[in-house]
Design a protein around this ligand. Structure first.
Ligand code: PGA
Length: 251
């Protein structure tokens, strides 16, 4: 076991109204009182303040699912770091594969978003991962290197360990096809080696999550791996009982 504190995050994507979000929190909180890991809920923007209030004072942190890198300005439809802080968020998911694939999120934008989050005092959860084609062509390492190089390119060395990285193979997201613990560990270890190459201590300290069809039934095996420091959970995070079971699997 490493001495890194695992971090388990619920990525709700475009799910849950405000009343549904509050109901989830009320169901979840009594079930995770003994959690030995960090727990983050990532609701849609509109439910951020309600989830902050419903979890208020407790150990659960609240994260947004995206953010612009500027503080304000003529960017219709966007939300700034300052607005997320004002809503009570302490973290933000950046570069999720759905944003990369469906909404044109670019490595260049992420190279600005990650340091902007850190400067604002938000923990960036930088998502990286290869598609099925890329894995079949044996390009996983090349893709991860490109995404990590870009996402962390403007992060000062002394802040590297404050980033959380989520390794999420695109072929495992929402498909029920989880990466094997070996595949997940290899990729997380490779990401760590990229960060260690910049700064040894940061590589040892940075938390690297696995994401992609994490469920109560497979969480313990994945989270038991030395290189895997938590999970970014989509589908199974919509049910408070399932999510609590995954939190419990983190030890
Ligand atoms: P999934 O989603 O758990 O439904 O596969 C994970 C994610 O997209 O973060």
């Amino acid at each position: 076991m490493s001495d890194r504190t695992p971090v388990i995050a619920a990525n709700w994507k475009m799910n849950k109204t405000v009343p549904e979000a509050i109901e989830f929190c009320d169901e979840l909180l009594p079930r995770i009182e003994d959690a030995a890991c960090e727990v983050i809920i990532c609701p849609p923007f509109l439910a951020l303040p309600a989830v902050v209030e419903a979890t208020g004072g407790g150990p659960v942190q609240v994260a947004a699912q995206n953010m612009h890198f500027e503080q304000s300005g003529a960017f219709t439809g966007e939300v700034s770091p300052a607005m997320l802080l004002d809503a009570g968020a302490t973290a933000v998911v950046l570069g999720h594969s759905e944003r990369r694939q469906l909404f044109g999120e670019s490595d260049e934008a992420l190279s600005r978003k990650v340091p902007a989050a850190l400067e604002a005092g938000l923990v960036p959860i930088l998502c990286v991962g290869e598609t099925e084609d890329e894995r079949e062509r044996d390009e996983t390492d090349r893709i991860l290197r490109r995404q990590i190089d870009a996402g962390l390119s403007r992060v000062p060395l002394e802040r590297l360990a404050d980033v959380v990285v989520a390794y999420e193979p695109v072929w495992a997201i929402g498909t029920g096809r989880t990466a094997t613990p070996e595949q997940a560990e290899d990729a997380c270890g490779f990401v760590r080696s990229l960060i260690s190459a910049r700064d040894e201590a940061s590589g040892a300290a940075v938390r690297i999550q696995y994401g992609g069809s994490v469920k109560p039934g497979n969480a313990a095996e994945l989270l038991g791996r030395e290189e895997i420091d938590g999970a970014l959970v989509g589908g199974a995070s919509l049910d408070a009982g399932d999510f609590a079971a995954i939190v419990a699997a983190a030890g």
